[in-house]
Every structure is written in C-alpha cells, then in structure tokens.
Design a protein around this ligand. Structure first.
Ligand SMILES: Nc1ncnc2c1ncn2[C@@H]1O[C@H](COP(=O)(O)OP(=O)(O)OP(=O)(O)O)[C@@H](O)[C@H]1O
Length: 361
C-alpha cells in the first residue's frame, strides 16, 4: 500500500492546449492517504476517469508528477504500479472458468497454488459465486461478469491501491448495495487505499471516509461526508450533495449580516469586504417557515417523502427548498422563511468565504 501524491498535475487531450478550458483536468495538488477509502464524485465529464487513469498509468499526464510513497512514478507503466483497477464494464476472459479468471492475477505473479486456491475461495464467497467457480465465463450475465471483475480486483492483498471506476453500473440494485458493503468491509479488514469513482452521491457518501468532489476538471473539495454537508467549499458541492441540495440566494454581505433584496438575514460570523458575486447558501434542513420574520416566500408545492416534507418555494424569484419534519403542521399564513444563522454559508464567486471573526460552525 502507498500514499499517492499528485503534484501540479494537469491533463489535456489536445496536442497544444492554450487556455484552462483546453484541460480535461486542471492543475491540482492532492495527497491520497495510505489506507483511506475515497470516493471521487462528480457529474459526467468532469474528469474523474481521466484522473483515475493517470493514477493507474493508463494515461500519462500532460504536466506534473505522480508519486507513490515519495517515489516518482509518472513514467512507470501500469504493471509496475501494482494497482488493481475495476472498470464500468466487465473485463473477463470468456474462455476461462470463473475460478481461472479470479486466479489470473495471482498465477500471473507466480503465487503458489495453495495460496491461490484459498484466495479464490475467499473472493468467490465475497462476490457470491462460490457455486459457479467451475463455469466458463462465456454465457454468464453482465452482472455476474462484473462481479468476476470486482473479484479479480480484490484477489491480490498486496496492491498499492484499488481503483474502481463506476463498477456497479451494470449490477442490479439489490446486489449493488451488498457489493458496496462488501467493499467497505474489505477495506476495514485489509486497509487498502481505495478510490471509488461515482456520480452517485449516495454511493459516495456510504462508501467513503473522504469524498473528493470534482467539477469541470477541478477538485473543488476533499472532505468527510459531514464536512461536505455542513461547509460546502464550492456552490457546486452544496448543490450536488444533499437531497435536495443547498439553497443559494444572491446577497450583499455587511459584517454579520447578509441582505437579500434589501431584507436582513443574520449570519453566524462577521465578514470582511467581499469582491465578486456574493451569495448565501443554506441547506433546506436549516430553513424553517415563519409567520412574521425572515425573507418572504411563496410555497408552490409540498412533497411528502416519508421521513420529512419538502416545501418547494420561491424567494424573490429564486427557487428554494425548505425541509419540514413529517408531523410538522404547515401554517396556511406562513409566508416567510428563517435560516439558522450558524448554518448560513457565504460564497464569493462560488467559493466559500470564512468569516473574519466568529465562526459560522
Ligand atoms: N480520449 C479522449 N480524448 C479526448 N477527450 C476525452 C477523452 N477522454 C475523455 N475526454 C474528455 O475529457 C473530459 C473528462 O472526461 P472523463 O471521462 O475523465 O470524465 P468523467 O467524469 O469520468 O465522465 P463519465 O462519468 O462520463 O465517465 C470530457 O470532456 C471528455 O469528453
């Protein structure tokens, strides 16, 4: 296992990139701690696979370096990196049996037959294919083949890192949950560094100790699920994580007050002068309806989603969401919304601003 360091890394698929827009991966510096479970989360096309393929060596970055435990591996071929990678679609040898497929990475490295037999059995149990070990892979469903790919990725204990690129796309929903749980317990047991690429926030938040959020070729935040929820470093994180995502309202900031269309909103800290376009961000969980204080809102719809209700509303023309608990009565004359000041975040040009005094925490 290894700590993986990315130094001034950037990648463009163009032969002569000119501007930042030409880069699929804009310059980044990032340390992946040894033994941590990461999710790499972002919308389609934001650069997740590009980053993963650079780590595994399938792609050479246009700029920057990649280090394993401080050793420069930028030019090292995939085989030398000792990394297991599982892709979105199954990669299996059709003419081999399930057993032979699972054993392949170990046989390739000349491990002894008794060890191979033991590991294959253990992995087959994990992926629920113990009774199919003698079957040829040809003719198996895509779902079963992908389980073999996952198993092959997990069969070697001594890998530097395990990389998963949306590996559960072809797996049926029930098995998805089970395999994700298996991956997590495998991580607890063996402590591999794992990087799990997904565009699904639930998958990311349930799998990872730390989530790396990407947007438009940039890493916009690395944090625990709680940090991403409480203090999104970028408006994209606020919007992308949470269900529904964070409310964002254009505001001017003066000390410990924000003004939305001239109406005062108390903040949890005092802010210095801010340049650029400023907005406040408040999660629906920290907004509540009121009769007589706060910003004016017009409720357009109430959705009952089981444990709580989502109130869809507009505030000075901006759509916002308010969460109410299941049993909470919605007063007919409630036409205002109040935010919990400690949970009002301030953004300038989309980036979170820390208060100059006091804490917004
Ligand atoms: N081989 C390639 N040649 C040229 N452009 C590419 C190539 N691969 C990816 N890109 C572009 O680079 C950007 C990042 O793509 P990438 O596949 O890394 O994103 P992603 O987040 O993994 O997306 P997805 O979830 O859809 O796989 C996209 O704009 C994509 O079109």
């Amino acid at each position: 296992m290894a700590r993986i360091t990315l130094e001034h890394l950037a990648h463009s698929y163009l032969p002569a990139p000119q501007s930042p827009e030409d880069y699929a991966l804009k310059e980044l510096n990032l340390d992946w701690e040894d033994g941590a479970a990461y999710a790499l989360l972002g919308a389609s096309g934001c650069g997740k696979s590009t980053l993963l393929n650079i780590i595994s060596g399938l792609l050479t970055p246009s700029r920057g370096r990649i280090l394993f435990d401080g050793v420069d591996m930028t030019a090292a071929p995939t085989a030398q990196r000792n990394i297991a990678q599982v892709f979105q679609f199954p990669v299996v040898y059709d003419t081999m049996t399930v057993r032979e497929n699972l054993a392949f990475p170990l046989r390739n490295r000349g491990r002894d037959p008794a060890y191979i037999a033991e590991r294959v059995q253990a992995v087959a149990r994990m992926i629920g294919m113990e009774d199919q070990l003698g079957r040829k892979a040809r003719g198996l469903t895509a779902d079963a083949k992908q389980k073999i790919s996952l198993g092959r990725g997990m069969v070697r204990r001594e890998v530097n890192a395990l990389l998963f690129d949306e590996p559960l796309t072809v797996i049926d929903p029930h098995m998805k949950w089970e395999l994700r749980t298996q991956l997590k317990s495998l991580h607890h047991e063996f402590g591999h560094t794992m990087i799990y690429v997904t565009h699904d926030q639930t998958e990311a938040l349930t799998f990872a100790d730390k989530v790396v959020v990407m947007h438009d070729g940039r890493v916009v935040q690395v944090g625990t699920p709680q940090e991403l929820f409480e203090r999104p470093a970028h408006t994209f994180v606020g919007y992308f994580i949470g269900s529904p995502g964070m409310n964002l309202l254009p505001a001017t900031i003066e000390g410990d007050r924000a003004y939305v269309n001239g109406t005062h909103v108390p903040l949890g800290g005092r802010y210095g002068a801010l340049a650029g376009s400023t907005r406040i961000g408040v999660r629906p969980e920290f907004a509540r309806l009121s009769r007589d204080e706060g910003l004016p809102v017009r409720i357009s719809r109430i959705e009952d989603v089981g444990r709580h209700k989502i109130l869809r509303a507009t505030c000075f023309g901006t759509e916002i969401n308010i969460l109410a608990s299941e049993g909470e009565a919605i007063p007919a004359d409630a036409a205002r919304v109040v935010f919990d000041p400690a949970n009002v975040n301030v953004y300038a040009d989309d980036w979170l601003v820390a208060p100059a005094q006091g804490s917004a925490a």
